[in-house]
Ligand binder design. Structure first.
Ligand code: DAH
Length: 342
């Protein structure tokens, strides 16, 4: 090839290459153009370099100089165009107004926690203090001090989770009644929220670990009137103005004992699936503290009287929020929890 033809060819490669780079609409098109122009195998610049071999010796410096200029101009324009396209791709991403907005991820309180806190709030206004006790208990606190006879079915290994060596996982929050009575002198008004454990199958209405809220009031001259009026006041505050009823019941640690129902808020008492057609929802067990419980805790059972209750906030959450299956409360499924979270 003579020098003039070589210079013309170099000018053509440069012109066409620059046009191809400048006209590339996006990074993919630019890459196709780069392979065609600057590619190591079949690029036009590569061909131009190979053509240098055919140039006469005396013309080589001039041809070589032109080749170097061509290559470096093309490389420079290519990298300039490439960064321009990258910048506009990045900014296009930021400015896409059709993208859905990102929601901030916020934690929230679980429905059972919400119920417990509301119960605490109401009882706090009624003069109760929150108390706590251990989840790993001795058999004596969980059963013996609470007047369970040694052959009571609750003591059976089918119902209670026994720990290796000594002790049980508490099956209710009632042992904290005894611990409180041993620690503080009357008058006592405590509310005891906590987790309890039973050897139950996990089904639509049972969980092997669940929350309870216990209440205890002990002083001189406390009567069943205090029990009924305080619990009615609570029901009125928690469920709104709805009717309540007390049904005779039995617990070893209370005498007399009663279960308390509130009129079903979903059907208004006519009967529905939530109240199993009865019109009533059982919310707690209660009673006058048995003198032998007071005596077990070291109190004079002639001088002092008291009343107590225990309720299951998960059951209350279920009827309040119309939840069909208790297991939903323990699934940690955010799609459910978010509907109730506050
Ligand atoms: N501990 C009982 C249970 O787990 C509930 C209970 C009933 C607690 C009557 C009380 C009470 O304090 O007076 O089933």
């Amino acid at each position: 090839m003579n020098l003039q033809d070589y210079l013309d060819e170099a000018a053509a490669v440069e012109r066409e290459g620059l046009a191809a780079f400048a006209g590339a609409p996006d990074l993919e098109a630019l890459e196709t153009a780069r392979i065609a122009v600057l590619g190591d195998r079949q690029g036009r610049v590569k061909a131009l370099q190979e053509a240098l071999r055919t140039i006469a010796k005396e013309d080589k410096p001039a041809a070589g100089k032109r080749f170097n200029e061509t290559r470096s101009r093309l490389e420079a324009l290519h990298s300039e165009r490439k960064s321009a396209l990258e910048r506009s791709r990045a900014s296009a991403r930021v400015e896409d107004l059709t993208l859905p907005a990102r929601r901030a991820w916020r934690g929230a309180k679980h429905p059972v926690t919400l119920v417990i806190e509301e119960i605490e709030e109401i009882f706090r206004e009624l003069g109760f203090t929150v108390a706590q006790g251990p989840e790993a208990e001795t058999e004596w606190y969980n059963f013996g001090a609470l007047n369970f006879p040694p052959n009571h079915p609750a003591l059976d290994a089918h119902d209670t989770l026994y720990l290796e060596g000594e002790g049980v996982l508490r099956t209710h929050t009632s042992p904290v009644q005894v611990r409180t009575l041993q620690t503080y002198p009357p008058p006592i008004r405590v509310l005891i929220p906590g987790t309890v454990y039973r050897r139950d199958f996990f089904d639509a209405s049972h969980a092997p670990a669940f929350a309870q809220v216990e209440g205890l009031c002990v002083d001189e001259g406390i009567s069943f009137v205090d029990l009924k009026s305080t619990l009615n006041r609570f029901a009125e505050r928690f469920f709104g103005a709805s009717r309540t009823r007390f049904r005779p019941s039995y617990f070893p640690f209370t005498e007399p004992s009663a279960e308390m129902d509130v009129q079903c808020g979903i059907c208004g008492g006519t009967g529905c699936a939530a109240c199993k057609g009865t019109g009533w929802i059982e919310i707690l067990g209660s009673g006058m503290v048995h003198p032998s419980v007071l005596e077990a805790a070291g109190l004079d059972g002639e001088r002092y009287t008291g009343w107590a209750f225990g309720m299951g906030p998960a059951r209350i959450a279920i009827s309040r929020y119309g939840i069909p299956d208790i297991r939903i409360l323990y699934d940690s499924d955010v799609r459910f929890l978010e509907q109730i979270a506050q």
